[in-house]
Design a protein. Structure first.
Length: 151
């Protein structure tokens, strides 16, 4: 069971997720300590393809409070670690179908390693977002009614 350190809460609201992957991430020591303390944010983060590699950009990892003057830059690009075949598959879909790659979460896997859950996604139109909100509200209302009937 994995423990989410940071989640991109707006991702499922703004995108239709088509496929997900688990990627490793190249971090500095103080970044690991900050993430374990829950000091990260993925709200405006995205994944960029450059030179056959995937880079996590605009992910904010706060400087470690007990760090020295050699602390990390909070917004530096971080390399995502995937197999070449996986990267090729993702980039082909991005180029051909106009999809995007977004980070969904940064988490600890079973072995205690920090991983990033990335997704191949398609942007939602404004109407789709409203429809999703309406369906969610209807589901909540039905759950309230069912709960009231049980008691």
């Amino acid at each position: 069971m994995s423990e989410d350190l940071v989640r991109n809460r707006k991702a499922l609201h703004n995108y239709h997720v088509l496929d997900t992957w688990e990627a490793g991430i190249a971090l500095h020591g103080t970044e690991v300590k900050s993430l374990r303390a829950g000091l990260g944010q993925l709200q405006d983060a995205f994944v960029d393809v450059a030179g056959g590699e995937l880079w996590l950009k605009q992910a904010h990892i706060s400087p470690y409070e007990h760090g020295t003057d050699a602390n990390h830059d909070p917004l530096r690009p971080r390399k995502l670690l995937l197999h070449k075949a996986e990267i090729a598959k993702m980039t082909a879909k991005v180029v051909r179908k106009g999809l995007t790659i977004i980070p969904l979460a940064i988490y600890l896997n079973e072995k205690g390693k920090i991983k990033v859950r990335v997704a191949l996604a398609e942007g939602k139109a404004g109407g789709d977002k409203r429809e999703a909100l309406k369906q969610r509200e209807q589901k909540r209302e039905m759950d309230r009614i069912r709960k009231g009937a049980r008691e």
